[in-house]
Design a protein around this ligand. Structure first.
Ligand code: AMP
Length: 281
């Protein structure tokens, strides 16, 4: 497995592999600190594309000024070992100045969608995400790029971007990988104390309750939100950021849930912001 550091190298690799016999290229964008959720994305990519690049880049522009950019976990050697084990062909790990040359002034802003859900509580977050994913896409020129449903709002923003810019990359969404007790895997889970780790289960429980409510025939969005609010109210140490029932394509609230609606929660457990969601079916 090769480690590439520059956009030019990644582009050359992609073009060469594609031209050698019409191979397809898969891209798995990550910020590193890889866990089983990332591994599932890499596996999906390896199973569907001839050649796979995993990018590892802690993207400064998607962090707010008071967020955890500096202390975000960085485990590069272990990440490379995992990527290799899962069958990736290339790890793309650029320096910040490679993706943001001095004076960089070009950003991708997905209006509307980009300021809903996480984009509302983290202003500029999705602008940073869309910008870096666009840069990765025009560098790797992948046929398919793999993302986790864990970040469902991010998926909506990126689908809009790909459609609007008519990019030739298909977005593939992979299911949320969870711990045995339900907690969605996240690189940020390492921030949780043992006590917080227990309280963090409130999110996945709220998601499971919403799924059960939907299965029981409930369709009034407000009832899902009320029910989750009650569950969170029993945990005063958790500060809810949002509880929302939205259309997954537009991220606009819906009053009546339907198959395909996105029910999503975000909450602060101590100093750690966690998210979870379900696509109702
Ligand atoms: P990150 O490194 O946090 O930027 O995540 C990189 C990719 O992995 C994103 O597409 C995430 O949605 C995905 N991902 C993160 N956690 C999970 C999980 N628990 N299950 C599935 N995919 C995940």
């Amino acid at each position: 497995m090769e480690i590439l550091r520059t956009v030019a190298e990644l582009r050359e690799w992609s073009r060469q592999e594609r031209n050698d016999g019409g191979n397809t290229i898969g891209l798995v964008p990550t910020m590193g600190a890889l866990h089983a959720g990332h591994a599932s994305l890499i596996r999906a990519a390896v199973n569907s594309a001839g050649f796979v690049a995993v990018s590892i880049f802690v993207n400064p522009t998607q962090f707010g000024p008071n967020e955890d950019f500096a202390r975000y976990p960085r485990t590069f050697d272990a990440d490379c070992a995992l990527a290799k084990l899962e069958g990736a062909d290339v790890v793309f790990a650029p320096a910040v100045e490679e993706l943001y040359p001095p004076g960089a002034a070009t950003f991708v802003d997905v209006e509307g969608l980009g300021s809903r859900l996480d984009g509302k509580s983290r202003p500029g977050h999705f602008r940073g995400v869309a910008t870096v994913v666009f840069k990765l896409m025009i560098a790797a020129e992948p046929d398919r790029a793999f993302f986790g449903q864990k970040d469902a709002a991010q998926v909506a923003v990126l689908r809009r971007m790909v459609a609007d810019l008519r990019l030739a990359t298909e977005i593939v969404v992979c299911p949320i990988v969870r711990e045995a007790d339900g907690l969605a895997l996240s690189s940020r889970n390492v921030y949780l104390s043992a006590e917080e780790r227990g309280k963090a289960l409130t999110l996945s429980r709220a998601i499971r309750s919403a799924e059960a409510l939907f299965a029981s025939g409930e369709r009034i969005a407000a009832r899902f939100i009320d029910s989750a609010q009650i569950a969170f109210a029993a945990q005063p140490e958790i500060r809810v950021d949002y509880i929302a029932m939205v259309d997954w394509a537009t991220l606009e609230p819906v009053e009546v849930a339907a198959p395909g609606s996105l029910f999503a929660v975000a909450a602060w457990v101590g100093a750690t912001r966690l998210i979870d969601n379900t696509i109702l079916a």
